[in-house]
Design a protein around this ligand. Sequence first.
Ligand SMILES: [Zn+2]
Ligand SMILES: [Zn+2]
Length: 317
Amino acid sequence: MKALFVLSLDTELAWGTFDKKGFITYKYHFDHYRLLINRLIELLERYSIKATWAFVGHLFLDQCTGIHQNVLSPKYHWFNNEDWHKYDPGTGLKRDPYWYGKDILDKVRSMKIKQEIGTHTFSHVIIGDKECTAKIAVSQIMNCIKLGAKLGFDVESLVFPRNKIGYLKEIAACGIKTFRGTEKNWYRKTPRGLQPLFSMVDRISGITPPVYQLSELPYQYDILEIPASQFLTRYDGMRKFLPSLVRIIKAKKGIKSAIKRKAIYHLWFHPFNLGSSEKMFYAIEEILKYFSRERTKGNIENLTMTEIYHEYKKLHQ
Ligand SMILES: [Zn+2]
Ligand SMILES: [Zn+2]
């Protein structure tokens, strides 16, 4: 077994942050979203990388009426018990490009190297929140699977919004085969209040990120967890003071560690994070360049999340 590199991309446009008015905070990022995606695609093609694009299902659409009858959504107290779809403009791609993404989906699907299209729920509902029921979770996932089937592709992988995991049994029964788990980092068992501090220490110090043995990945109800190794820190706010080199060194250490242990290194970010600084592209390219050199030496391979699932199944036949 070789080491494996997985890249997952939370593709959500304005859906991922509307509850925090992200469409105001990240206006620049969203206004340039298509350009950023084009450049990311170019980079992935240059280094022959296949990624798992976890799309918010609403972005499979190029228009809607604003009413999604079959899609259930929760009312969260922290969202004032308001309609979760209250910002859905009920128009189309041309008029409201923050909320539709069929053009992006088509672009990703026509890439030279076949990418995986996964789901990030239909409307970015926080599944792991106790105000989201199993029924809501299932309706969100099933709608993405059905839309995918209509467009001609299988939706088999999931990234939970805000990485809040829940209803694995019910979601597995929908046909989802794999999801991204949270980083199993060194500070995850420390008191909750201290974790933001430790997370900062972890990022600043460039500590080797966790990597995972394929044979030991958590698996139940026929759904495989592929935990994250590293979130590629964006450059918004205070994070812009973190030098690019620290991000790159951490990723290289992750790849190195995966090679040494014949394990999985799983990198992730949101494409809109690319709008935080030009340096994002620099960091990604440095990481992909390094990976690509190691791949040429035969040390590591790149797989999508569902491909990892199939490798796991082969191993446990
Ligand atoms: Zn809609
Ligand atoms: Zn998200």
